[in-house]
Design a protein around this ligand. Structure first.
Ligand code: SF4
Length: 499
């Protein structure tokens, strides 16, 4: 399939994490229409079609009143990036909008309002079956020149950030796989962040990645440079399941690596955090609980995320699902969620959000929690997304173009979108739901929300109070509640399905 230059340029503006998905969708649609060239007009038409579909989908059904809300309150789960793409793209140079946004005082607390930074590393040397993230192949020269460009971008952005008077309280290196970078590259980036950006004294600096290929030299280099949190995708401790998903290390190797890294992290009081996923192909309830027990009993981790598998159409997992052992359906996932939650309580972990658990106060999960709440966040690196004030930004995701723009001393922002006026209250509500509660008194017209909340209570998803608290079923269906509250904050007086 041929893409015109203009169509390729448009793709460069798409957020990195959805780029592969959009490309695949466009090519499938073009084939269905017997086209062999994709141009800008075709992409625009596809975008409009998608938008009208989203709007049609906004007539979400009310949750059902059943005896078993955990399994039956809804028939499906809705989008995972709630409210993220609302808003109009701003005209003119998107970089200008970024610097103008930085010049405005923060709405809530001026210079004392906290902010964060997300730094994207778009490389990964493997491809896990379930991974829908955009990532470039790992070529050492490409990574080295990208690292230099990224360090330059951080230096070039630093003055404008410092002039806001605000401090960054969390910096997150995500990807892709940051741990695929060499010890020198990682050290350079963390040191550049420490030296150039205005960080709070207790700033959380996270390096995300994989245990494979993250040796002691790299761990020591990033700790010495000033990182204080590691977030590793472990997904399962079952060797067979791990290998089927494209993971390289065995259960024993994962345990050994985690404990070694925790030992190296100890003098720095750095946190080691992992993800586990439920609903993987061939995963039984016994294996799921065994993975949680293994994390809690056999490793020295400080935090644990329990995620539901997300079957994304652009992933190999989606394409191969019929040839793999069966995956838990939504009802079974409800059961796995409930059993996992119970087990974490038995292990004595603290609940930091619906998916995230901390063993001790070393784990704060600050970036993830604040990201849901819509705290201002700088975007650095190719394909990164962020927001500042009432503008959301996506950086150029084509690595070659990214490097060219940075080398000319320009901020590589590909698109700037105005966050609508309801955006802040939507983010606040989404952030509250993420922490199992909802306080509508902070909203402009709380009474408008009451009928909807009463219906949620009848459906067994919340207990009304000040604040309202999510039940276990409400926690499982939280993305749907977030979508519904997001719809409501956009139009509080609307009295349709979810009144
Ligand atoms: S290691 Fe991470 S970025 Fe790489 S393929 Fe696996 S999930 Fe995706």
């Amino acid at each position: 399939m041929k893409w015109t230059e203009e169509a390729e340029r448009m793709m460069g503006k798409a957020p990195g994490f959805v780029r592969r998905m959009i490309r695949k969708k466009a090519e499938t649609e073009a084939k269905a229409q017997k086209l062999d060239i994709i141009d800008a007009a075709f992409l625009n038409a596809l975008h409009e079609k998608g938008k009208s579909k989203d709007h049609a989908a906004r007539g979400f059904p009310v949750p059902k009143e059943t005896n078993d809300p955990l399994h039956d309150a809804f028939d499906k789960k809705f989008g995972i990036h709630v409210g993220m793409f609302d808003g109009e793209e701003l005209s003119g140079d998107p970089a200008d909008h970024f610097f103008q946004a930085l010049e405005k005082p923060a709405e809530r607390a001026g210079a004392s309002e906290p902010a964060m930074a997300y730094i994207h590393i778009p490389f990964c040397c493997t491809r896990c079956l379930f991974c829908g993230f955009y990532s470039e192949a790992t070529e050492p020269e490409a990574i080295l020149s990208y690292t230099d460009a990224l360090a330059l971008e951080i230096r070039q952005t630093a003055d404008a950030v410092r002039s806001t008077g605000r401090k960054l309280h969390a910096v997150y290196f995500g990807g892709g796989t940051p741990t695929d970078l060499s010890a020198d590259e990682l050290s350079l980036l963390v040191k550049t962040v420490r030296r150039e950006l205005p960080l709070s004294d207790d700033c959380e600096i996270t390096i995300e990645g994989r245990l494979y290929n993250f040796d002691d030299t790299k761990v020591e280099a990033v700790l010495a440079a000033g990182a204080n949190r590691f977030s590793f995708g472990v997904q399962s401790f079952d060797t067979e399941i791990r290998q089927k998903m494209g993971r390289k290390l065995s259960r024993e190797e994962v345990i050994d690596r985690l404990n070694r890294i925790a030992e190296l992290a100890e003098p720095y009081r750095a946190a080691v955090v992992i993800d586990l996923i439920y609903g993987l192909p061939g995963q039984t309830e016994t294996e799921w609980i065994d993975s949680i027990d293994c994390a809690a009993n056999e490793t020295k981790i400080h935090g644990l995320d329990l995620y539901q598998i997300n079957l994304i159409p652009s992933t190999p997992l989606f394409q191969q699902k019929d040839t793999l052992p069966p995956m838990a359906d939504l009802r079974e996932q409800g059961t796995l969620f409930s059993k996992g939650r119970k087990r974490m309580i038995e292990h004595g972990f603290d609940r930091l959000s619906i998916a995230h658990w901390g063993r001790d106060d070393r784990e704060r999960n600050r970036y993830n929690l604040w990201n849901k709440r819509g705290i201002d966040c700088l975007a650095l690196g190719a394909g990164a997304g962020g927001r500042w004030g009432n503008v959301r930004f996506f950086q150029q995701s084509d690595v070659k173009l990214y490097k060219q723009i940075v080398s000319k001393g320009r901020k590589p922002i590909a698109s700037a979108t105005e966050i609508p006026t309801f955006g802040k209250s939507t983010a606040t509500m989404i952030g509250q739901l993420e922490q199992q509660q909802l306080d509508i008194q902070t909203l402009e017209n709380p009474e408008a929300y009451r009928p909807m909340l009463e219906q949620w209570e009848k459906a067994g998803l919340i207990e009304i109070g000040e604040p309202c608290c999510l039940t276990e079923a409400g926690e499982f269906w939280v993305v749907n509640l977030q979508q519904l509250i997001s719809e409501k904050t956009q139009n509080p007086s609307q009295t349709t399905n979810n009144k």
